[in-house]
Design a protein around this ligand. Structure first.
Ligand code: CS2
Length: 489
């Protein structure tokens, strides 16, 4: 058997039908992206390539992995930055080769090259998907967390940073000192007001070094907010097989995703941007209504599905949503508890949005693992569920289903399914969260609500929050399946 050729730029002639843009002028690098995970490669990179196909521009991407993971860099660079996007829909699989990614760097190994690029005036955007924990925020103030180990190191050695605020600050300082216009910083993570949240973290980090630098970043650097959406699971062998079968070539780093994608961006890019509208992105003045709708309706129910499923033993989102009572619970949660908290433009039909989400969850080809979504609950619960809960409690409304979701997270942290199968807890606060987890529902709720990094004290002390949470924890004692089946839909 002869080995398959590997994906490379030299192989373009035999790939034509799978390229987004068969004719193409190689662009220079114009975007540095921090956090080169699957999501970016199936989302911003695809939008950017399509924008360049239609409107040109030097918006090639340099992707950076921040965890010192040279294997990802090496795998992608061995393929000249190429990789395939494996779109899995109910109708079948479609494979497309993306070439907007021109270079991949791994921190801290490639620091010199990274800072050369960040100082280069052709780099006009630095975008990020570093997940919630990459922001190093103090959850109570929104400023950078000065007790974060990495932040402390970066403040002590600001020229050799490893955290996101440290890297952005050092790069912006270089540009200011050289008289180079600052790049625009584009957060693409699922945080509410992601642009403003990032700006606050970076400015507070800068101020800890120099008030003047803090003020310069505050007044001179643009941090637009965005709402990003595409369901992108982790890569499995079946994606490598799909790429091989369809392309006739080996791809060590394909990305699976659903066919759906959406990107709403606040249009504030003083030094320019790709013509992303050409690829279907919506450039708007105010992203907030879209962002809150997506965080609360999609990510909020995703986390709910994840924790209930981990207890009940559903491995993937499509398997979970195929359970009629669980689907009814999620549907009712969106209709009666989440949608009424959202203030969206009249043209935004929240019930149609709900139905579209349920259809996306049911996609049988995606195999999106509930364990993947269940990670990092301490970071995800506040914007996805607590914000909705606060809005409802302030309006004197009930929170039964939302409370069940939060209680399911507490019970999930015990580290085993209802039938005793153990799993690992992956969360930056894992040690604290799992230190003592009482069996008694009331004590469990008391213990968890005392974790200030997750629960703001003014919410934690509310009886109208504690009561439904305790009831839900009691319900879950009889098993998640029973809780799902007895919930009022
Ligand atoms: C998911 C998201 O893993 C998770 O927490 O809820 O990654 C979700 O798939 C995306 O935000 C969809 O756009």
């Amino acid at each position: 058997m002869t080995a398959n050729p590997t994906l490379s730029r030299a192989a373009f002639p035999s790939l034509t039908e799978h390229l987004i843009s068969p004719t193409w002028r190689e662009p220079a690098i114009g975007i540095v992206h921090l956090g080169i995970g699957n999501f970016h490669r199936a989302h911003e990179a695809v939008y950017t390539e399509e924008a360049m196909r239609s409107a040109g521009g030097d918006w090639g991407i340099c992707g950076v992995t921040l965890q010192g993971d040279v294997s990802k860099r090496d795998a992608l660079m061995a393929q000249d930055g190429l990789y395939s996007v494996v779109e899995r829909g109910p109708e079948g699989v479609r494979v497309t080769v993306v070439r907007a990614l021109k270079e991949v760097l791994a921190m801290p190994h490639d620091r010199t090259r990274l800072f050369a690029l960040l100082a280069d005036r052709n780099v006009r955007i630095v975008s990020l998907t570093v997940t919630e924990k990459g922001y190093c925020r103090d959850p109570q103030t929104g400023d950078v967390d000065l007790n974060h180990e990495g932040v402390r190191q970066d403040l002590a050695r600001p020229d050799e940073p490893s955290t996101v605020p440290g890297i952005l600050c050092a790069a912006l300082r270089l540009r200011r000192d050289a008289g180079t216009p600052p790049f625009t910083v584009l957060s693409c993570d699922n945080l509410s007001h992601n642009g403003a949240a990032l700006k606050r973290v970076v400015c507070s980090f800068a101020r800890a070094l120099s008030t003047e630098l803090g003020t310069w970043i505050e007044t001179q650097v643009a941090f637009p907010s965005t709402m990003v959406d595409r369901i992108v699971p982790a890569t499995t062998d079946s994606d490598r097989d799909a790429a091989r079968n369809i392309l006739g070539m080996d791809d060590a780093a394909p990305v699976p995703c659903e066919p759906f994608r959406q990107w709403v961006i606040e249009d504030h890019f003083p030094t320019g941007r790709p013509d992303w509208e050409q690829a279907g992105a919506q450039l708007v003045d105010d992203v907030m209504p879209f962002e809150l709708a997506k965080l609360r309706m999609l990510n909020g129910t995703h986390s709910t599905l994840a924790y209930l499923s981990m207890l009940a033993g559903f491995e993937t989102i499509d398997e979970a949503i195929a359970h009629p009572q669980l689907k009814a619970l999620i549907r009712a949660m969106m209709t009666h508890e989440i949608a009424p908290t959202l203030d969206v433009p009249a043209s935004f039909d929240l019930l149609a949005y709900r139905d579209a989400l349920l259809a996306r969850y049911a996609n049988p080809a995606l195999k999106h693992r509930t364990a993947q979504i269940a990670m990092d609950g301490s970071q995800k619960i506040p914007p996805r569920l607590l914000a909705t809960i606060e809005a409802r409690l302030n309006a004197g409304q009930s929170i039964e289903r939302l409370a069940l979701a939060v209680a399911a997270w507490f019970v999930f942290l015990r580290g085993h399914t209802d039938d005793g199968t153990r799993y690992a807890i992956s969360d930056p606060l894992a040690a604290r969260l799992t230190a003592t987890l009482p069996d008694d529902p009331e004590q469990l709720v008391n213990t968890m609500l005392a974790i200030k990094e997750v629960f703001p004290p003014e919410l934690a002390c509310r009886q109208d929050f504690r009561r439904p949470l305790t009831n839900a924890a009691m319900l879950l004692q009889r098993g998640a399946r029973q809780a799902i089946d007895t919930e009022r839909h």
